[in-house]
Write a protein that binds this ligand. Structure first.
Ligand code: NAD
Length: 520
């Protein structure tokens, strides 16, 4: 878009000449390949988490505008599905190239609106870009099956697009999670209506601009904004055949049940409470570095953050070292050259996290490192929570039961690997888990007996690369995890199988009327 037409322009200018007042723009929708103003009466404010200066206002898009977006996708579908797979692949190649060339710009938008460090924001973009790059292999990934099942008769399968599909995204990965949907949904021939988080829509808009530049025809990708009202609208649209959701349990369980009841395919990745289990034979330095990075990186706002530490046997003696290491992290604005932990996304989030720390204190846990009321002199108005370590935690405490989604590590001690496994498996979430050990048999036993979608062995954040699939277990995924994101299941989610059985007789034989069930 022109330099002044979208929230993306804020990101373009930032941080070169960012003025929090004159740069305030109203975030636009992206419908029919155009950035359009909304006539909304209700707006969400996005504040820079490091300063709380207003960055942009995001519309609660009107029903008329939402209809226009869905109609645009509906109209685009017949021609897009008829577009050759090679042409779609070429567009995706250009999209991938453009994401790479706009990498810093995307990351700057993320740091500005979401707060994570610039380097971490670059990782956010990269992990999404990898999904897009892998989707470029669509020409071999989408081949069907074929078998001659009888003389002159063959059965073959096709994977066909669904039609119009929608994606609803969370705030914590403003580029990666839209990119779990955009490349796969579109390269398989669907038209996508995507709703970014109303808390940080900038990266999705930049991606839309790049998609247009890459050659996506109008209507293939539409971006619409808003909160629950927009979600409800999407859930009620008959032409929307599938919904991808990533976010919290409260929203996701609702979206899964209402979407499914309305006959849609729904994939929904939900909340987490990821445990790290340390066995006494673990490499101490590697383990402490890994746990500190995974507990406090991105200010704990990753669905794969390690937020619970299970110390087996004497590893509880490592706590003072862990606390020292956590104290050494630099907490400041995400654009600072040296920054390990940025602010959390908004004031409400900071208050919620601090309230959970308070509850732990009230429930007689011990706060070994307290990140409440954390002050960063250069950013006096930022939403900072310092790294927090809580010990003497029991499983009935609020700090153990709830997903905190902040830089808070709760620590429990157990005496054996078996006890650790049982504790992890009793937790209602099952997103990620990590074990630290130098014993192959112990790791193997852990891997077989643990209930989690992603398991790391001496790897703190085992987010699978896109040739695999990001799954989940128990309460971390809706619908029992039948529909997972990217990889082969991701392709399956965005396509439906058609199985064709054909007969081309090589000789004229009259087989007569077949009134029994054909058995070929
Ligand atoms: P959220 O559920 O608040 O918001 C996600 C999306 O749902 C947003 O687009 C939002 O507008 C919409 N939404 C919010 N409340 C809604 C409601 N009541 N009804 C309908 N729609 C609603 O989540 P968030 O705070 O943006 O993201 C953090 C959460 O996402 C954490 O729980 C985290 O664990 C989870 N997450 C999970 C994964 C995963 O793959 N398992 C990945 C990233 C984030």
């Amino acid at each position: 878009p022109a330099a002044t037409t979208s929230a993306a322009s804020t990101a373009t200018r930032f941080p070169i000449s960012h003025d929090p007042i004159s740069d305030i723009v109203k975030t636009k929708n992206f419908i029919d390949n155009e950035f359009t103003d909304s006539n909304a009466v209700e707006w969400f404010e996005v504040h820079d988490p490091a300063t709380n200066n207003l960055v942009t206002r995001v519309p609660q898009t009107t029903d008329k505008e939402l209809h226009a977006a869905v109609l645009s996708a509906e109209k685009a579908f017949p021609a897009w599905r008829a577009t050759s797979i090679i042409t779609r692949q070429q567009i995706l190649f250009r999209f991938v190239y453009l994401i790479r060339t706009h990498w810093d710009r995307l990351a700057a938008s993320i740091t500005l609106e979401q707060g994570k460090t610039f380097k971490d924001a670059k990782g956010d973009v990269l992990r999404g870009l990898q999904v897009a790059e892998t989707a470029c292999g669509i020409t071999t990934q989408l081949t069907g099956e074929l078998l001659e099942v009888a003389k002159d008769m063959e059965t073959r399968t096709y994977r066909e697009p669904l039609g119009v599909v929608a994606a609803i995204c969370p705030f914590n990965f403003p580029a990666m999670i839209p990119l779990w949907s955009i490349p796969i949904a579109t390269v398989t021939g669907n038209c996508l209506v995507l709703k970014p988080s109303e808390r940080d829509p900038g990266a999705a808009l930049i991606l839309a601009e790049l998609a247009r530049e890459a050659g996506f025809p109008k209507g293939v990708l539409n971006i619409i904004h808003g909160g629950k009202k927009t979600v409800n609208f999407l859930l009620e649209q008959q032409s929307i055949r599938a919904i991808s959701f990533v976010g919290s349990n409260s929203a996701g369980e609702y979206i899964y049940s209402r979407g499914s009841a309305n006959g849609k395919r729904v994939q929904a990745n939900l909340g987490a409470k990821n445990h790290a289990v340390i066995l006494p034979d673990a490499d101490k330095q590697h383990t402490l570095n890994a746990v500190v990075g995974a507990a406090f990186g991105a200010a704990g706002q990753r669905c794969m953050a390690l937020s619970v530490l299970i110390m087996v046997g004497e590893t509880k003696e490592w706590l003072p070292n862990l606390v020292e290491s956590a104290k050494g992290l630099v907490v400041t604005g995400g654009f600072e050259k040296v920054c390990d932990v940025g602010p959390v996304v908004n004031v409400a989030s900071k208050e919620r996290i601090e309230d959970i720390i308070k509850s732990a204190q009230e429930e007689n846990a011990s706060i070994l490192l307290d990140g409440r009321n954390y002050k960063v002199s250069k950013y006096p108005n930022g939403n900072f929570v310092g790294p927090t370590v809580i010990t003497n935690v029991t499983t009935d405490m609020r700090c153990y039961k709830e997903e905190i989604f902040g830089p808070v590590l709760v620590c429990l001690a157990v005496s054996s690997l078996e006890e650790a496994i049982q504790l992890v498996n009793r937790n209602e979430y099952g997103n990620g888990v990590a074990v630290f050990t130098q014993s192959g048999p112990a790791a193997s036993y852990f891997q077989k007996n643990i209930e989690a979608g992603q398991v790391g062995i001496n790897v703190p954040i085992p987010v699978p690369l896109p040739m695999f699939s990001f799954s989940g277990n128990k309460k971390s995924i809706a619908g029992g995890g039948a529909n997972t994101f990217y990889g082969k299941p991701g392709l399956n989610f965005y396509t439906q199988t058609k199985t064709v059985t054909s007969l081309w007789r090589s000789e004229n034989t009259d087989t007569g009327k077949q009134v029994v069930m054909p058995s070929h």
